[in-house]
Design a protein around this ligand. Structure first.
Ligand code: GMT
Length: 375
């Protein structure tokens, strides 16, 4: 099949998921065309089945705001025709779904019928999409798409609650590629970070407010009062300099390392003892799943779809958003009990296998076949 994938090219979860999906489809023999304004962050390999089309926005002094959605729709029209795409799969409703539906209408006038699959990832529904300015367009885009998927049951529920939806939504959870995400023997690296056997706590995010990275530092400050530990913070974003300041105020700079954006996350996760994800809102929590695949238990909030991934008392612990005392206590309990930590590591891996790319990929392929057959 020839699939067009439209996504954000950044390190954010939706872009990562879309890119990994495209790579997996290409490995299975499908022809995949990525359409975005920049090369997707994880599109770091060559395959004869993968193509990347950059959306260029013509600049004109009249445009105070460059019309990205129009440029994107035009690009989709172009690629659907020239590459003979069978299906367009857009990740993140705004503005990808509405742009795809515009492209679909333009193409229909030319006698080309292209189905549009929209995948909802989270903030397009839980935060941005609910802005009155966007709400009507999001509802319309969901209703008009040929198929819609949500990455967790909770996200589906929230979509049905907050928008005027007159159609079915399929839940296809995020997935993990075990060829890449597995615990690797990296003792020398562990020795470098934690020379005195300190426990290694990891957090990955795009450092937006919704991730509550400040809570990660607060939890860590409580942990190191009882257990020697190091904190690795991976990623970058608007909150990073504030968090660096918080670390200085907590006097934890010697134990905290800011690694910035990293490609080989699995290498770092391989030396972790605990992963912390205290998010305010999280439709799924792909970062937690990546940690679990590397046998790292998760201390997290119970926001959104996280409980569908991290199982309380089995693969880690869940607490209410903002309850840093509870999260720290859970972390300390787990880190102090070697047997419990060992079994949680094993459980995390077992649970991660429920999200194996191989089975989730089949679900997307089924949807593609369904919408193509319905044309
Ligand atoms: O979490 C982010 O800041 C990025 C965001 C996005 O829209 O790219 O991630 C969302 O999609 C991921 C992949 O489906 C999910 O795993 C994340 O939970 C979700 N983030 C939120 O809902 C805040």
């Amino acid at each position: 099949m020839r699939v067009g994938i439209v996504c954000y090219p950044t390190f954010g979860g939706s872009g990562v998921l879309a890119t990994e999906l495209g790579k997996a489809l290409a490995n299975k023999g499908h022809e995949v065309h990525f359409i975005s304004y920049n090369q997707p962050a994880r599109l770091d390999f060559f395959s004869e089945n993968v193509f990347y089309h950059e959306v260029n926005i013509a600049k004109y002094p009249l445009f105070e705001y460059a019309p990205y959605e129009t440029a994107l729709a035009g690009k989709m029209v172009d690629i659907v025709q020239s590459a003979h795409l069978d299906v367009l799969h857009v990740h993140y409703a705004i503005p990808h779904a509405s742009a795809a539906l515009l492209a679909k209408q333009i193409l229909a006038q030319k006698g080309i019928h292209i189905p549009v699959v929209t995948t909802l990832h989270g903030t397009d529904i839980t935060l941005v999409g609910r802005e009155v300015t966007y709400e009507h367009v999001v509802s319309w885009s969901i209703n008009q798409s040929d198929a819609v998927t949500a990455v967790s049951n909770k996200l589906k529920e929230e979509t049905l609650q907050h928008f005027q939806i007159e159609r079915d939504i399929d839940v296809i959870p995020n997935f993990i590629d075990f060829n890449r995400f597995n615990k690797k023997p990296r003792e020398h690296f562990k020795q470098m970070i934690a020379p005195n056997g300190e426990k290694i706590i990891i957090h990955t995010s795009n450092f937006r407010k919704v991730k509550r990275v400040e809570d990660v530092v607060a939890i860590f400050s409580k942990i190191i009062r009882e257990i020697p530990a190091k904190l690795l913070l991976i990623g970058d974003g608007p909150e990073r300099s504030h968090i660096e300041k918080v670390c200085r105020e907590h006097n934890t700079c010697d134990w905290v390392t800011f690694l910035g954006k990293q490609e080989a996350i699995e290498e770092i996760l391989s030396i972790g003892d605990l992963f912390v994800l205290p998010s305010e809102s999280e439709s799924f929590g792909l970062a937690a799943l990546e940690a679990m695949a590397c046998e790292v238990p998760v201390i997290s909030s119970n926001a959104g779809g996280i409980p569908e991934v991290n199982i309380h008392g089995v693969t880690g612990f869940l607490s209410d958003v903002g309850d840093v005392d509870s999260m720290a206590q859970h972390a300390i309990t787990l880190l102090k009990d070697a047997e419990m930590l060992k079994s949680f590591r094993k459980n995390a891996l077992v649970q991660a296998h429920n999200f194996d790319l191989k089975s989730i990929l089949l679900q997307y392929e089924d949807i593609y076949q369904r919408v193509v057959a319905a044309q």
